[in-house]
Design a protein around this ligand. Structure first.
Ligand code: 3PY
Length: 248
């Protein structure tokens, strides 16, 4: 059985107050449901988040360095994230690809560093509106997936989750329809099966892009959608909890 996961990406938002109020409530809900719950606050609040979240909510980072240590001003290594008790790291979010120029090669190196350092990498992939409108969705998304899979062994997949986040649905209020999302998720799973049939069946594939309580249920009902990576709605305790409950 594949794990259902609901992950919150706070991006560059939130505060110690939000961590102190939202996470203890979420922790109680997470104890009651089957789905795994993950919250990725800004790294500066991650230690605090880890302390207040307890064991039922996993805390992750939104980015990591591909380097182990050294003169890399502003970077944070996987070992540092692990040292403060984090278990996951988002890698290759479309904002990092588009705004910070992260390439497939760098993203593959970060995923490898995360896995080797004992974390679970949540690899984010997705197409832009132009790419979708020129019928390149699967070419782009599967290209981003393969760039990472080509550098990993199937045994390492137990520490990999893939989040499909169409760029045109991020921060725009537009969500892919559940059929559009399922079509891409199924294509990702078929692509995984070319590497490892067992691994493909076990990989959790999350949908991201303006997920809210109102659309989560329909998305989660799709065969190849195993949860969500939630942006803005993860900053609102009631909304995020309502999404988590729908994951079961
Ligand atoms: C969004 O839903 O806005 C996201 O980018 C989640 O990562």
């Amino acid at each position: 059985m594949r794990k259902k996961i609901v992950a919150g990406n706070w991006k560059m938002n939130g505060s110690p107050e939000l961590a102190n109020t939202l996470l203890p409530r979420l922790a109680e809900v997470a104890k009651d449901i089957q789905a795994d719950v993950l919250v990725c606050p800004p790294t500066v609040f991650a230690s605090l988040a880890k302390n207040v979240a307890g064991e039922s909510v996993a805390i992750g980072a939104q980015n990591c360095s591909d380097k182990a240590s050294g003169a890399y001003t502003g970077e944070v290594s996987v070992a540092m994230l692990s040292e403060i008790g984090l278990s996951h790291v988002l890698v290759g979010h479309s904002e990092r690809r588009a705004i910070f120029g992260e390439t497939d090669e760098l993203i593959a190196a970060k995923v490898a560093a995360a896995i080797e350092g004992g974390l679970t990498a949540v690899l984010c992939v997705g197409e832009t509106l132009d790419e979708r409108e020129s019928d390149k969705t699967l070419e782009i998304v599967l290209g981003q997936v393969k760039a990472v899979l080509d550098t990993l062994s199937a045994e390492q997949w137990t520490q990999l989750v893939i989040a499909y986040e169409p760029v045109w649905a991020i921060g725009t209020g537009k969500t892919a329809t559940s059929d559009q999302a399922q079509e891409v998720h199924q294509a990702i799973r078929n692509c995984l099966a070319e590497y490892s049939a067992d691994g493909a069946g076990e990989m959790s594939l999350l949908y991201g892009g303006s997920v809210k309580a109102a659309n989560a249920g329909e998305l989660f009902a799709q065969q190849d959608i195993d949860g969500a990576l939630v942006g803005g709605a993860s900053l609102d305790a009631d909304e995020f909890i309502a999404i988590c409950r729908q994951a079961g």
